[in-house]
Design a protein around this ligand. Structure first.
Ligand code: CA
Length: 228
């Protein structure tokens, strides 16, 4: 059965192009041209993945995202955003979006991202004490990390940070969420401590690897542990 996508895009040219390209790649695609249209369609028939343009004519994009998340808790939401909307991206990720792509993007990039998201169910809560991301294994109960079978020594906050990124592997985790989950507080000031810990993790996890790092920086937004 084809995976069902819902494209939410008010721009007729971009929307038609997306729908045609996605259908050509084997997806069953619906198209909503406004936020309220998207919410109506989601109530009738919940898609597997929603491609949500953040700039919609009728409703604020983050509000649409929040309501879609409620209407379709199991659907993956990937936002499409203009580069200037950095703040909106953070808000929308907080509102329940799983990922985002900045316009203009290449079709190949979009398809790769869709495949990665549709390949696996939403992780939400890890069902076992072990998280596996490529050759990385994170044992949550023993608080132990191995890479290719070799133990990696991590400091406590480095472990907590990696456990969070690994639970959401392949997805963006916002700086705000990391600060509140790992450091137990909302952080309005400097988040330099986060960058320091990411640097330390990279030193320990990327040794012997070619660039790029396992941990991708999404400037001003957050970090993503690459699912490989
Ligand atoms: Ca738009």
């Amino acid at each position: 059965m084809s995976e069902r996508l819902l494209v939410v895009e008010d721009d007729a040219v971009i929307g038609a192009g997306l729908v045609a390209a996605l259908e050509a790649n084997g997806y069953a695609v619906g198209w909503a041209t406004s936020g309220s249209d998207a919410l109506t369609r989601c109530t009738a028939d919940i898609p597997d993945l929603i491609l949500l343009d953040l700039g919609l004519p009728d409703l604020d994009g983050t509000e649409v995202c929040r309501r879609l998340r409620r209407a379709a808790p199991d659907a993956t939401i990937v936002m499409l955003t203009a580069r200037r909307d950095e703040i909106d991206v953070v808000l929308a990720l907080e509102a329940g979006a799983d990922d985002y792509l900045t316009k203009p993007f290449r079709l190949a990039e979009l398809l790769a991202r869709l495949r990665a998201h549709l390949r696996r169910p939403r992780p939400a809560v890890p069902t076992s004490d072990q998280l596996h991301v490529g050759d990385l294994a994170v044992d949550l109960a023993a608080r132990r990390v191995t890479m290719g079978g070799e133990q990696v020594e991590l400091r406590p906050k480095e472990f907590d940070l990696l456990a969070l990124l690994a639970a959401e592997a392949g997805r963006v985790v916002t700086r705000e969420r990391i600060m509140s989950d790992v450091w137990d507080e909302h952080w309005f000031g400097s988040t330099k401590t986060l960058d320091t810990h990411v640097s330390a993790l990279r030193r320990k996890l990327d040794c012997g690897r070619d660039v790029p790092s396992r941990i991708t920086t999404l400037r001003g937004v957050g970090y993503r542990l690459e699912a490989e």
